[in-house]
Design a protein around this ligand. Structure first.
Ligand code: CUA
Length: 262
């Protein structure tokens, strides 16, 4: 037979290889059956999307389309009742991003042109952080999102619908930077003027300058005002803002933060 022409040591190798393979398959079976670990699957036939969304499909069953893009996830924050099973559909708008949810087995790649899928049941309350773990450009370190598993929420909501749900988007990192760099000392976040004007709701609005002219608050105005605070001084305020030692990344994060202050 087959084994007759094989010498002893070769037989040994074959037996070892067979048993190692068998152990591997067994371990995979145990992982699937007892630990409910499943292999993330790519769904090439799944419909591509260009917006994040959240949809309750049954009681305690939610489908979330996560759109990864430079440098953001959409939605950035969802709130779900405890015990909810979430089906994740992950797509990318631009480059390859990572998607890891801390304290879970979910670890996917967001690849342009395909949808990746995973499922998880959240049985513990708390905040679950999602991070991008694939370097994707200057804003990479600021690319994150949050899942809040709530003991009191009765339905799943997200920051995509702030008006309806009151779920605020998170900007923790940006807010920390805003505070750490001292911006908050003069530009309040409660809408009242301080030493400087409040930055709430200023984006895309016109402001009157010291010389009576007016200027649209857009990204380039914000950038200029951070880099050269006295270049275009808002009427009624003294030229006291210092030039802060900020990196371009930090300036981008602050501009993004100010844009979304409402
Ligand atoms: Cu997206 Cu790193």
């Amino acid at each position: 037979m087959f084994f007759k022409n094989i010498d002893k040591s070769e037989k040994k190798v074959i037996y070892i290889a067979l048993s190692v393979s068998t152990i591997h398959l067994l371990l995979i079976a145990i992982a699937v059956a007892y630990f409910r670990i499943d292999v993330p699957t790519c769904q090439p036939q799944e419909k591509l999307f260009d917006k994040g969304s959240i949809r309750t499909v049954a009681p305690k069953r939610v489908e979330v389309q996560y759109l990864a893009k430079m440098w953001n996830f959409e939605p950035r924050r969802i709130v779900i009742p405890i015990g909810t099973t979430v089906e994740f559909f992950l797509g990318s708008l631009d480059v390859i991003h990572g998607f890891h949810i801390y304290k879970t087995n979910i670890n996917l790649m967001a690849v342009p042109g395909v949808i990746n899928k995973a499922i998880h049941t959240f049985n513990k309350p708390g905040i679950f952080h999602i991070v991008c773990h694939e370097y994707c450009g200057t804003g990479h370190q600021n690319m994150h999102a949050q899942i809040e598993v709530s003991e009191t929420a009765t339905s799943a909501t997200s920051d995509l619908d702030v008006a309806a749900t009151g779920v605020q988007p998170i900007d923790e990192a940006a807010r920390k930077l805003y505070e750490a760099k001292g911006c908050i000392a003069c530009h309040t976040l409660d809408g009242n003027p301080g030493v400087g004007p409040t930055l709430i709701g200023i984006f895309n609005q016109n402001v009157t300058l010291e010389d009576g002219s007016s200027v649209l608050v857009d990204e380039s105005y914000l950038r200029e005002s951070i880099k050269q605070p006295t270049a275009k001084l808002v009427k009624g305020y003294a030229p006291t803002m210092p030039i802060l030692p900020l990196t371009d990344d930090e300036i981008n994060i602050l501009i993004e933060f100010i844009k979304n202050l409402k």
